[in-house]
Design a protein around this ligand. Structure first.
Ligand SMILES: CCCCCCCCCCCCCCCCCCCC(=O)SCCNC(=O)CCNC(=O)[C@H](O)C(C)(C)COP(=O)(O)OP(=O)(O)OC[C@H]1O[C@@H](n2cnc3c(N)ncnc32)[C@H](O)[C@@H]1OP(=O)(O)O
Ligand code: FAD
Length: 667
């Protein structure tokens, strides 16, 4: 008999198989929606299968047992094996295939090429002139050189205008002199900088004839191409262990009057002529395009991280039997508890929603780069900056929360590194900080919202972009029973009210004599609330649009259940805003709650299949609890036995310290 869930195999844990038999949709078809195409979904499966047949690509030991030095070595080893097999495993020009292959083999703990692919090459693509492309891009793509993106400093990360590294132009030699004037000017944090990269895109304050022109990107050689030794004038090293990414070498970097040629300013958009004349870019923030790129990709990446944790937690919850419901002779799967479902199912909905939003922002980013490179058109930048600033903040925050709930949903075993959930958590919450600290980025979106409200107030609502058009729409009461549109209207009302209230408060402070900056700071919490609501509205609308466009009926139906759960959960979560002015009644709240509980029941039979549809292989999950076959207990025992502490029955530390202490107590 053919089952709709394609993960069923002989010999699997029976409880998990039972779950898979109840699937109402084809998990391969759901994977097509998750990955955007039939081809990519299929190629992912084929690539995972091909990788599983190359033993050298497997982790040599479970990663949690490795120390930092071993992790870095192991990552680099696998990278070199992967390099040999690349062309046979994937179409190297297909980003989706490459991304999957790297996630599968390299995992998420970092490796020497992570920033090369994620920021260095994209920075060249976005910022290098045609001549610079010719000189650097081919070499970078062939990986003759390995690069990173060195912007953040010990003293400044958020406020780029105050970066202290200087790049002073000297017309007589046509060179820039890179210099680190203080300890706080040291570059600090860039991934793969410490030990792996021999080149970097360095962001430094451009100075010409004693005048500062602000942060600009330069391509800089850091190490000798043969010996890999740092070049004279360069101080570079690793910044030490972190919450996660410990297979990666985030680094520090200092310059001692280090000279680079004039051609090394990435000059597609702005340049310095031989005599020191500065030619401005078409948009002041165009040098930030590598950051906008990562932010545009973060929602899908984070959605998949949440998907990892949920695959582990949901599968485990179907295998973990504990406690009773009606029948006191049989314990039940913990997945049957309403609290467990409420903990996990809304997060499944969010994971799907975030992935769909990410597809949209990636498309918008690609369009922006096309426009900028073909005709210098930067008109989409402000909108995309506002959108991705809000999205990265809201998504990373909820993903962190969702992963932590997944860990707790696994009880004690969730706390073991065998679950791997704490590693996923560490990686995911890095996203709350990198690419713009979340509060700082919410405030960037708030600038856009405030400006939009000001446009409406001054009678220029017709100038609003489509994403904020609702800020000008008249309020109306909504009957919640009429489907997704009514939820959107309700959310629009709440979001609009908050944006207006925050703007009015901000303007009032200024009317009363506060400067713009002080008034802004006094309103900042309210402003971030407006940004979050606006972003959650965007996520909701994108989710609705995506589900509407699905053609496979069983898949659409399962997604509609998830969407309904999401709509009710979201509205309940922000209900206090709607209760504040009586917009929503307590009867309506009860209605929404009941809808939510009935969504949990509807989703229950598909829960395992919804996470199976992410089609993460066991290699990719690296989790004993999340194993596809559900054989958790024997494998947990084997995993524990493989702990280095269990190599001997009596540890030297016991002989050396503990025994003498115990012996002494006996005397
Ligand atoms: C083939 C093989 C494939 C292999 C794949 C391998 C996969 C491996 C996977 C490994 C995964 C690893 C993932 C880890 C990745 C980690 C990467 C992390 C990298 C970094 O963190 S890089 C550093 C990031 N740093 C930041 O984000 C800094 C944050 N700060 C800023 O962005 C700015 O300073 C800030 C806060 C925006 C303020 O800028 P400022 O210049 O001060 O501007 P103002 O506030 O004054 O605003 C002025 C005006 O400008 C507008 N603005 C600002 N920024 C932008 C922008 N980017 N675009 C458009 N407009 C912008 C702003 O809105 C204001 O507009 P107004 O109209 O309001 O005046
Ligand atoms: C895993 C990881 C990888 C990274 N990789 C790279 C990389 O490859 N290259 C690179 O260049 N950098 C990298 N970074 C650095 C990262 O981009 C910065 O740490 C980040 O931009 C935050 O800046 P900050 O550290 O200066 O935080 P701070 O700005 O010092 O934040 C501290 C606190 O101050 C608050 N705050 C700051 N400014 C304001 C404001 N204007 N209004 C209100 N509150 C404010 C923040 O909200 C936060 O609560 C990485 C960081 C991490 C964690």
């Amino acid at each position: 008999m053919a089952f709709l869930n394609k993960e069923i195999r002989d010999g699997d844990n029976q409880d998990l198989t039972e779950e898979r038999r109840t699937a109402t949709f084809d998990t391969d078809k759901m994977a097509e929606v998750i990955y955007g195409s039939e081809k990519l979904a299929r190629r992912r499966r084929e690539i995972s299968h091909a990788v599983s047949r190359i033993p050298e690509l497997a982790d040599s030991r479970p990663l949690p047992f490795l120390d930092r030095f071993e992790k870095v070595t192991e990552g680099t080893r696998k990278l070199s094996v992967l390099d040999r097999h690349l062309a046979e495993l994937i179409d190297v020009n297909d980003n989706g295939e490459a991304l999957h292959l790297y996630h599968e083999v390299m995992g998420m703990e970092g490796h020497p090429l992570a920033l090369h692919e994620v920021m260095f090459v994209p920075a060249l693509i976005g910022q290098a002139s045609d001549e610079q492309y010719e000189k650097w891009l081919g070499r970078a793509k062939r990986r003759e050189i390995i690069g990173c993106y060195a912007q953040t400093e010990l003293g400044h990360g958020s406020n780029l205008r105050k970066l202290e590294t200087t790049a002073t132009y000297t017309p007589s030699t046509q060179e820039f002199i890179l210099h680190t004037p203080t300890i706080t000017a040291l570059k600090w944090w860039p991934g793969a900088l410490g030990k792996s990269s021999n080149y970097a895109v360095v962001v430094a304050d451009l100075i010409i004839k004693d005048k500062s022109y602000g942060p600009h990107p330069f391509i800089v050689q850091l190490r000798d191409e043969k010996t890999h030794q740092p070049l004279p004038g360069i101080t570079v090293g690793d910044i030490g262990p972190k919450m996660a990414f410990n297979g990666g070498d985030n680094g520090y970097l200092g310059f001692d009057n280090f000279r680079i040629p004039r051609e090394n300013l990435l000059n597609r958009h702005s340049r310095v002529e031989a005599d020191g004349t500065y030619v401005r870019p078409p948009h002041a923030k165009i040098g930030h395009s590598a950051m906008i790129r990562v932010r545009s990709h973060m929602a899908t990446g984070q959605g998949w991280l949440l998907g990892h944790a949920l695959t582990i937690a949901i599968r485990y919850s179907a295998v973990r039997i504990q406690g009773f419901l009606e029948d006191k002779s049989h314990e039940v799967k913990v997945l049957d508890y309403q609290t467990q479902q409420h903990r996990l199912f809304p997060a499944i909905a969010r994971a799907y929603a975030f992935i769909f939003c990410g597809f949209e922002t990636i498309r918008l980013y690609d369009q922006l780069i096309l426009d900028m490179n073909s005709n210098g058109n930067t008109s989409g930048m402000a909108d995309l900056h506002a959108l991705t600033s809000g999205l990265k903040s809201v998504v990373t925050h909820f993903v962190g929360q969702g992963i932590e709930q997944a860990r707790m949903a696994c009880g004690g075993h969730g706390y073991s590194m065998a679950s791997y959930i704490s590693e996923i958590y560490g990686v995911a919450i890095g996203g709350c900080t990198y690419e713009g600290e979340n509060m700082v980025m919410l405030l960037q979106l708030a600038r856009y919202l405030v400006k939009s409200v000001e446009l409406v107030k001054s009678g220029k609502a017709n100038q609003l972009g489509p994403m904020v058009a609702y800020l000008a729409v008249a309020d109306h009461k909504v009957n919640l029973a009429t489907g997704p549109d009514s939820y959107v209207k309700m959310f629009q009302y709440i979001s609009k009210r908050q944006s207006w209230k925050a703007t009015e408060k901000f303007l009032k402070f200024m009317e009363n004599g506060d400067s713009r900056d002080v008034a802004w700071n006094k309103t900042a919490v309210e402003l971030t609330r407006a940004s979050r609501l606006h972003t959650r509205l965007y996520i909701m609308e994108t989710f609705i649009r995506r589900v509407e466009s699905v053609t496979d009926i069983p898949v659409k139906s399962a997604l509609t259940d998830l969407l309904n759960l999401h709509l009710n959960y979201e509205l309940l979560d922000v209900a206090s805003y709607a209760l504040e002015d009586g917009f929503m009644s307590s009867n309506q709240m009860d209605f929404i709650k009941n809808q939510l509980y009935s969504s949990l029941e509807k989703i229950r039979p598909n829960a395992v299949s919804l996470v199976d549809s992410f089609q993460f292989s066991d290699m990719q999950l690296r989790s004993v609890l999340g194993r596809r076959d559900g054989h958790v207990y024997q494998n947990l025992f084997d995993w524990a036995k493989s702990s280095p502490l269990n190599k001997t029955d009596v540890l030297p530390s016991v002989t050396q310290y503990l025994k003498p202490m115990m012996e002494k107590a006996k005397l």
